[in-house]
Design a binder for this molecule. Structure first.
Ligand SMILES: Cc1cc2nc3c(=O)[nH]c(=O)nc-3n(C[C@H](O)[C@H](O)[C@H](O)COP(=O)(O)OP(=O)(O)OC[C@H]3O[C@@H](n4cnc5c(N)ncnc54)[C@H](O)[C@@H]3O)c2cc1C
Length: 362
């Protein structure tokens, strides 16, 4: 097999976005995944692009989130033009809703526009008459993440990225502090000029590097979908207990839990109950809608909840993982920054807060 310039391990939104970006820089790229591309956390997500309502507190992460949100419109336009596929980007904005005075006070401290309960109901007539206040965030948007992944895979294929599905990687191949490539579970050695760990919550699982540089852990999120009339809701609506994301074709996504369940992707009655109680509080008529689907996915969390990005202390080995609750939002900026680092250019944002070495320090 020809030796590519870059081998990306993990074909989620992070691996696929980086592959497309690196091809634009004329590098040859192979992406390997143990399953089909984009079928794990990137498939399970709700697709909210929510730098504000996700309460990103750490300054460096907020800068990353804002930069990525700013890249989104041009990034998806380019992707849609290249593939002819729509990714369901919607810019109506997000309504945060409060059901008591304490929650209303919390909303007051956020950016965005204060909206009275009456105005909120004029905007969205299916909202509960029990809500006491709301806040409108014009900059928090959404994309259909499953369609986004389909477009990224199509763009990668069209740009001659070699995408190898059903290829589990068994270990990193490292010699004298330098990454050479990987060995697959089938015993094949894949070599490359540079190797990127884009394994999401599995980033710390492979020997011999293990979790020293990439200590990610899975945080399960359960979700469900209902079928509604196309304009049942137009905005993403979030309360402290649940969120509702309306897709264009009338599908409503309801989420989500934050479960510590290891690598178990089961959907549980208590998880679904929690989501449904929170969602029905927001929009009571939901209770009568037809149920479509329920699923769970594993968010890649890290000890400080920040992503792990950039070069490592292993030559030619890079990390692009740990995006936790915001990997769909952070995909374009991650691709941009990693491409800069791999090509030896100065990245447009400081990567020090996201360095893998913060975990490897004594
Ligand atoms: C319920 C839920 C809701 C979410 N909502 C949002 C949201 O609204 N907005 C947002 O921005 N983010 C959201 N997220 C977070 C987002 O989904 C993740 O941060 C993002 O998808 C991570 O992408 P990734 O490419 O790093 O990981 P993944 O998509 O998990 O990809 C990792 C890949 O590695 C592959 N892999 C694993 N082990 C091996 C191996 N040994 N060999 C080869 N391949 C391997 C897997 O098959 C997988 O394809 C949500 C997540 C969940 C679970």
């Amino acid at each position: 097999m020809p030796r590519p310039d870059v081998l990306i391990v993990g074909a989620g939104v992070i691996g696929c976005s980086l592959a497309v970006r690196l091809r634009e820089e004329k590098l040859s790229v192979t992406v390997v995944d143990r399953g089909g591309p984009g079928k794990e956390a990137s498939w399970a997500a709700a697709g909210m692009l929510a730098p504000t309502s996700e309460h990103v507190q750490v300054k460096a992460e907020a800068a990353l989130a804002e930069a990525s949100a700013a890249l989104y419109p041009a990034w998806i336009r380019h992707l849609e033009d290249a593939t002819g596929l729509s990714v369901g980007y919607r810019a109506e904005g997000t309504l945060l809703v409060a059901f008591n005075s304490e929650e209303a006070t919390g909303l007051g401290s956020l950016p965005g526009e204060a909206v009275s309960a009456e105005e909120a109901q004029r905007l969205e007539p299916t909202l509960s008459p029990r809500l006491v206040a709301a806040r409108f965030l014009a900059g928090d948007r959404q994309v259909d993440n499953r369609r986004l992944l389909a477009a990224l895979v199509e763009a990668a294929r069209a740009a001659s990225v070699e995408l190898r599905s059903q290829t589990p990687v068994a270990e990193w191949r490292v010699e004298s502090g330098r990454a050479l490539g990987v060995r697959t579970a089938a015993g094949e050695n894949l070599e490359a000029g540079a190797v990127v760990n884009a394994l999401g919550c599995w980033a710390g699982c492979l020997p011999p590097l293990g979790s020293r540089l990439t200590p990610t852990r899975p945080v399960r999120g359960q979700m469900l979908a209902l079928r509604a009339a196309p304009n049942f809701l137009r905005h993403v609506v979030r309360s402290p207990r649940a969120y509702i994301v309306p897709r264009s074709e009338g599908r409503l996504l309801l989420g989500s839990t934050m479960d510590d369940a290891g690598y178990d992707k089961s959907v549980t009655p208590s998880g679904l109950r929690c989501i449904l109680v929170g969602a029905v509080e927001i929009a009571p008529h939901l209770a009568a809608l037809p149920f479509e689907e329920a699923w769970a996915g594993l968010r890649p969390d890290t000890p400080d909840h920040l992503p792990i990005l950039g070069a490592t202390d292993i030559e030619n080995y890079y990390a692009a993982t740990g995006h936790f609750r915001n990997g769909i939002l952070l995909a374009p900026i991650t691709a941009e920054l990693l491409a800069d680092v791999i090509l030896g250019r100065g990245p447009s944002l400081p990567l020090e807060p996201f360095s893998s070495l913060r975990f490897a320090r004594p």
